[in-house]
Design a protein around this ligand. Structure first.
Ligand code: ME8
Length: 519
């Protein structure tokens, strides 16, 4: 496996404030990035904002501000949200950056040099909301006979002189690539959609606009700006140092995973690899199309206006509770619903009552009754090794599943480790042993401290702040996967006289809102 790992989110349109779908995507990609770092890889993780296109122009016009002012203000909310949600991105890219213009013009020139761009007249349907061109056969009829895109957004007839990209030429090379790389598009359902679309035939793609000027200028073609998706997709290359920083490119390209939502799989799994093939640049290894987060079953979007500020949820319940809920309850790759009540219930059940309570009871008892000193070897019994074996198995399962994009089942595997600890506590009843059998009590508590460390390291990518604080409380410094095999840490800490301080609960219970209060 490679020593480095490049992961990206989609870059988000800052034509409004971020919503929970944006938060979800950043959180999931962040958990994967953290997991890969724990595995010892050098990770490059990029997110950012996609600031060109007609949608931005129209929103700015409606608000009576300049497009740049709108982009500056709204983009800052996205970067603030990334900080607020503990997103460990290495780069927050904005497509208005000069370096990004340079990269977009370079890939354009490479596609032109390959003979894949030609000037012609475009007449067809365009959806501003999707920033996408559609073929007649893809449209459906809405109320009053209005034509709608496959995403259900309005389309308008557009006619202008534009540059075209010879997408049709790439139909067979794309199909060959999908066949040779079964993991290129995941999950399976998205892969099938793409295969069907490409097998149905590809028409050349209009890749420049002349009706507005908010975009990257087409080199050598006055009056044309690039179609927003050409520059948007190129953001991934900009961050990897294209075209000038060859050393950086060699290190961070190709990307290992583009994390995106299901509505933009076509752009990433059809247009993007075709552009790259044309420009002679290596293709990303995987495009993962996640599902949609629904507000109690309803689709929400900036344009529709039923949008909840993710930071309100994070402030109400805690960043880690939100992160945990989204990754645990919305099956990665499928759609899922959220409500404030569901977040609170999940956080209380898994984090406060199960994991938090396990840690709190154990550490508080040690702080109080052993003056915080790490328990001694004591008198071991087979149940101790059996518990550690179960927790190690839960960790191994988590890692195998998480590495394969099975984020939700991975968390369930972790939870089985937590349950095993709680059963062990009930069976061993260490609190009662203090007077009757202190030797045995030491062995049980020592086993629990070891198990808690393993569980905290396992879940660290999902709830980094809370799991990190817990590891601080038990003095566990090394937190990568290599540290898991280190069974000498406990003895070293004990020798140094490390003491566990009276712990502050890591996961205080959350008051559960009524369903009616749910935003
Ligand atoms: O599509 N649940 O930007 P965007 C989950 N700029 N994910 C959601 C979602 C929801 N309810 N709503 C949107 C764009 N998303 C382009 C991308 S990439 C080169 C350019 C996801 O702000 C959506 O699927 O409309 C996409 O991956 C991301 O949020 C940004 O959406």
């Amino acid at each position: 496996m490679s020593e480095r790992y490049t992961i990206t989110t989609a870059i988000h349109y800052p034509n409004g404030r971020p919503h929970i779908g944006h938060a979800y995507e950043m959180i999931a990609a962040d958990a994967i990035a953290r997991f890969q770092r724990q595995a010892g890889r050098e990770v490059f993780f990029q997110t950012g904002t996609d600031e060109h296109g007609l949608k931005m122009v129209q929103t700015a016009r409606d608000k009576g501000v300049s497009v740049r002012a709108l982009a500056d203000e709204m983009s800052s909310y996205f970067s603030q949200m990334a900080d607020g949600l503990n997103i460990s991105c290495d780069r927050f890219i904005r497509t208005v950056e000069p370096q990004h213009y340079r990269a977009s013009q370079a890939i354009w020139e490479a596609m032109a040099a390959a003979g894949d761009l030609y000037l012609d007249r475009y007449e067809g349907w365009y959806s501003v909301r999707d920033e996408a061109f559609y073929e007649e056969k893809e449209l459906t009829e809405g109320e009053g006979g209005a034509r709608l895109s496959p995403q259900g957004t309005p389309v308008t007839w557009t006619a202008e002189e534009t540059w075209f990209f010879r997408l049709s030429k790439y139909q067979q090379p794309l199909l060959d690539h999908y066949a040779a790389n079964p993991d290129f598009i995941r999950p399976e359902s998205r892969r099938n959609e793409v295969l069907r679309f490409v097998e149905g035939g590809l028409v050349d793609l209009s890749v420049s606009r002349t009706s507005f000027d908010w975009g990257v200028p087409v080199p050598g073609s006055d009056g044309h700006v690039m179609y927003v998706w050409v520059d948007a997709l190129t953001n991934y290359l900009t961050g990897a140092g294209y075209p000038d920083d060859h050393e950086r490119m060699a290190r961070y390209w190709p990307a290992d995973c583009h994390v995106i939502g299901k509505d933009i799989v076509r752009f990433h799994a059809v247009y993007w690899p075709a552009f790259l093939m044309s420009a002679g640049i290596e293709l990303p290894r995987q495009v993962f199309g996640h599902g949609f987060v629904l507000n109690r079953g309803e689709k929400m979007s900036k344009s529709v206006g039923n949008v909840v500020d993710p930071m309100d949820l994070a402030n109400a319940f805690g960043v880690d509770a939100l992160r945990y809920f989204l990754l645990r309850d919305i099956n990665w790759g499928q759609d899922g619903s959220y409500s404030p009540r569901a977040i609170a219930l999940r956080a209380n059940a898994d984090l406060s009552n199960s994991f938090g309570n396990l840690a709190q009871r154990t550490l508080a008892f040690i702080a109080k009754n052993l003056e915080g000193a790490l328990p001694e070897a004591g008198r071991t019994e087979p149940a101790d090794a059996a518990l550690l074996a179960m927790v190690e198995a839960a960790n191994a399962e988590f890692r195998a599943l998480f590495a394969d994009q099975a984020l939700t089942p991975a968390i369930e595997a972790w939870m089985r480790g937590v349950f095993a600890c709680n059963q062990y506590i009930d069976a061993q009843a260490p609190w009662g042993l203090r007077k009757t059998d202190p030797e045995r009590m030491h062995a049980v508590l020592g086993t629990l401290v070891r198990a808690i460390r393993l569980l905290a390291i396992t879940i660290l990518p999902v709830i980094p702040e809370a799991a990190g604080r817990l590891l601080d409380q038990i003095g566990a410094e090394a937190r990568d996967h290599a540290a898991l095999a280190d069974d000498g840490w406990y003895a070293r800490l004990a020798e140094q006289g490390f003491r566990i301080a009276a712990p502050v609960p890591i996961f205080p219970r959350i008051e559960v809102p009524d369903e009616e209060d749910a935003a």
